[in-house]
Design a protein around this ligand. Structure first.
Ligand code: AGP
Length: 608
């Protein structure tokens, strides 16, 4: 998604903004731009394509002086990626420049009104209406003009604005989309996320929806929607710059796969009190938990598949029915829910718009909303009635790995916590199960150790046109996530299928050499899976079997085998998925794909 960055301080803004834009590249973008307030007004440079193109344009043009500026990486929503549609956008009189992340839903109506008032538009973007409104409302007071402009906007936004007549000020505001203020000494920053500013300061302020802030080199003033000054807490970012870098790995994705044991420790250990899972952040008393008769889990993409995986453990232990819904569907489903429904929202970024909208819809229907997110202070975290952070650390690769496994682990903790509160298990069983959850980091490490050959195995799969992932029960959920990993980074079409469904249609696609990845770890249905393996092999399939390390029978049927450590069966997903993450990674590497920034994808999808 779009990335925004701004700086005001005692030295040139250009290098700070370019450095920040580079840190935001992972969000996915197709053009970039910068605007700086100098003694002769605002200088602006924009370029489609990568940031290198922007830098070339800056270097070949007039030197840009000025200590206050804004920058933007754009992921096109309205208007194709080109120099004109790139941000920043400048008012025709050159007085204002703005950057924007999000979508102005009423931009068409505003555009018509502004055209009727004589405005001429240069771009096809929704964003440009903002800078024209600013111009329209400006009578010498930047703050007032911002407030009047924002009052006209509907939709989602994080906006940074500069004015040629206020060379030391930046105004920012937000609704839905993230806006983080970096508090420096003699300098201040804003950005879409911490990664862009953590090398300058770890002291940050999370702006709330509807708030407006003015940044000068020496002060950050925050106002509520009525224009009244509000005091804000300064939070400390615990990530260090090193954590947000690659740490010696070729790709962020491999780094994040390999750091899962530590990430899972961070997600699990703070939630174990006296040896028993204790999700105090859930903010639900035992009595309130007992009033829940339905759990809905909603998310998108891998987070949705994490919900599909966690559902099995929650239902098995709590005996409360769990439905897992795609957020992009749930928000329009007119769901049958009420105050006895618990909504669990999963999101790594905490900014996925479909998930936010589904969440709002469910909140309006009285459900208690618990969010399991990774990014502290994110929109979803702030919207929820209770938030449980996964503490996975910065996840830079677009394809989530530790974000997924930490979400699943927190769902496991929830299952034990809730089952104990509901009296479905006693303290002894809760302690035993918690002990099994605490083994997850070591199990993941063992999953690495059991499969040193995955990079070799990938050489058998990288040039396939299509792959099939099959599984039963919880292994079907694992197959779905394994398939998405493969698709999104190797660009090979793949499909996850309930193995029992093959005979109802899909098996027609199996012919000589069709590669099938059979996830067969669920012990109670292992024999059924062995039959499914025979079924597809009889039609010429090449089978990669994924099984628990003591399921030796898998070797009799599968052409290749990935082994998974023996764990508590209901907590096996976090080990099963790891070799499939690695398989997707090495297949994509064989294909020479842009693993950390796959084509067409963004790390956080903040548009519909
Ligand atoms: C996962 O690898 C994908 N990048 C994507 O499906 C992602 O899981 C989805 O967009 C949800 O993102 P979130 O967890 O940040 O809400």
């Amino acid at each position: 998604m779009c990335g925004i960055i701004g700086f005001t301080g005692s030295h040139s803004a250009v290098p700070v903004i370019i450095e920040g834009l580079k840190k935001l590249e992972y969000r996915g973008y197709d053009s970039a731009g910068i605007a700086v307030v100098g003694s002769k007004g605002i200088s602006m440079v924009k370029a489609s394509g990568k940031i290198e193109n922007l830098c070339k344009k800056i270097e070949s043009g007039e030197p840009i002086e000025g200590n206050t500026g804004i920058g933007h990486t754009r992921w096109a929503t309205h208007g194709v990626p080109n120099d004109i549609n790139a941000h920043p956008h400048m008012s025709p009189d050159g007085r204002f420049a703005i950057v924007h992340n999000g979508i102005i839903e009423n931009f068409a109506e505003l555009r018509n009104e502004l055209v009727d008032r004589g405005c001429t538009f240069k771009s096809d973007t929704d964003t440009e209406v903002i800078v024209h409104l600013l111009s329209l409302y400006y009578e010498g007071d930047f703050k007032k003009a911002m407030m009047k402009t924002v009052a006209r906007l509907e939709g989602t936004y994080a906006i940074g604005a500069v004015c040629s007549e206020c060379p030391n000020s930046i105004f920012v505001t937000k609704s839905f989309n993230p806006m983080i203020l970096g508090v420096g000494i003699g300098e201040n920053f804003f950005a879409s996320d911490v990664t862009a500013l953590v090398s300058h300061t770890r002291n940050v302020i999370y702006l709330e929806d509807g708030e407006l802030a003015e940044l000068t080199p020496d002060e950050i003033s925050v106002y509520n929607a009525a224009g009244k000054r509000v005091e804000k807490t300064i939070s400390r970012v615990m990530w260090d710059t090193e954590a947000a870098e690659k740490g010696g790995y070729e790709h962020f994705m491999l780094k994040e796969i390999m750091e899962q044991p530590n990430a899972l420790k961070s997600a699990i250990e703070p939630r174990v009190k006296n040896g028993i899972a204790n999700l105090s952040e859930l903010n639900l008393s035992d009595e309130e938990l007992r009033s829940i008769n339905h759990i809905v889990i909603t998310a998108c993409g891998s987070a949705y598949y994490a919900g599909c995986a966690g559902k099995y453990a929650i239902e098995k232990l709590t005996r409360i029915p769990v439905s897992v819904e795609l957020a992009s569907e749930l928000r329009y489903d007119d769901p049958i829910v009420d105050e006895h429904t618990l909504l669990i929202v999963l999101s790594q970024s905490g900014e996925t718009l479909d998930t936010i909208c589904a969440m709002r819809e469910m909140k309006n229907r009285g459900t208690h909303v618990a969010a399991i997110v990774n990014v502290v202070g994110s929109t979803i975290a702030k919207l929820a009635d209770s938030v449980i952070y996964t503490y996975a650390g910065p996840e830079i690769a677009v394809a989530t790995t530790k974000g997924y496994t930490t979400q699943v682990a927190v769902l496991y903790l929830f299952a034990v916590h809730a089952a104990l509160a509901l009296g479905k298990i006693d303290e002894g069983e809760a302690r035993r199960l918690t002990g099994e959850i605490l083994k997850i980091p070591a199990n993941i490490q063992r999953a690495f150790d059991l499969n040193p050959q995955i990079d070799e195995l990938a050489k058998k799969y990288y040039n396939n046109k299509s792959l099939f992932f099959i599984g039963r029960n919880v292994d079907y959920a694992v197959a779905m996530e394994g398939s998405l990993k493969m698709k999104e980074i190797s660009y090979i079409h793949s499909e996850a299928y309930a193995a029992g469904e093959l005979k109802h249609g899909t098996i027609a696609l199996i012919n000589e050499g069709s590669p099938v990845i059979a996830v067969a770890c669920y012990r109670e249905l292992f024999d059924k899976m062995m039959s499914n393996i025979k079924e597809v092999k009889a039609r010429g399939a090449e089978v990669l079997g994924v099984a628990i390390e003591d399921m030796k029978k898998i070797f009799s049927e599968a052409d290749d085998v990935i082994l998974v450590p023996k764990t508590e069966p209901i907590f096996a997903v976090t080990s099963e998925i790891v070799p499939l993450q690695l398989l997707a990674y090495y297949v994509a590497k064989e294909n020479g794909c842009d693993i950390d920034k796959p084509r067409n994808l963004a790390k956080s999808v903040t548009v519909e």
